[in-house]
Structures are given as C-alpha cells and as structure tokens.
Design a binder for this molecule. Structure first.
Ligand SMILES: [Zn+2]
Length: 110
C-alpha cells in the first residue's frame, strides 16, 4: 500500500530532522558566534533554517498522508473534497495523498 509506505517513510524522517535541529541549535549556542559576521555562525544558522524548513515540510506531508488514509477508511478517498468528482488516476498516482481533483488543486492551500 503506497500511502502506508509513504506514511512510514515520512514518519521515520521526523525524528532525524528533530535531532538535526537539536544538534544545530546546541552548536549555535556553544559557538556563541555572531550569525551575521562569523562564517561558521552563518553556516550553522543556514543549516538550522534548512532543517526547520524540511521538518515543517515533512510534518505537513505526513499530515496529508494521514488525512488520505483517513479518507480511505471513510470511503471518500479518490474523490475531490470540493466537487466530489473522481480524481484522475494519473493524478492519484503522482500525488496519492491529494484530496483535490486537478481543477481544485489549489483549493486547500492558504
Ligand atoms: Zn474538484
């Protein structure tokens, strides 16, 4: 089951990302450097922001996959959350967690 695998894959990533952030944060505190002017401080700050962005992305992706699994349970999987039409098979293959048909692809985003 593709969604289950995707869920496991994403869920497995989160602890690693959290660990990266924790170690980058403590390296930043330990080094006590000026982020703006010290090259090492800037690198750590950059790594930290990259890891945070990735964590956010992964957590959001995991939410989407879990929502899709919930729709599978509810029997509404594969239909658009806006218009109720069937979502094209090719689209579901590319983005199995999507709750929207191609027409309403942007509907859930804010
Ligand atoms: Zn739709």
């Amino acid at each position: 089951m593709l969604l289950e695998e995707e869920r496991k894959r994403k869920a497995a990533l989160l602890p690693d990302l959290r660990a990266d952030i924790a170690s980058a944060s403590s390296a930043r505190l330990d080094s006590n450097v000026d982020d703006e002017h010290d090259p090492e401080g800037a690198t750590i700050a950059f790594e930290l922001s990259q890891a945070s962005a990735l964590l956010k992305q992964s957590a959001a992706g995991l939410d989407q996959v879990e929502a899709a699994l919930a729709r599978l349970d509810a029997g509404t999987y594969g239909t658009c959350a806006v218009c109720g039409e069937a979502i094209a098979e090719g689209r579901l293959e590319a983005r199995p967690w999507t709750p929207f048909c191609i027409t309403h692809a942007g509907a859930g985003r804010r």
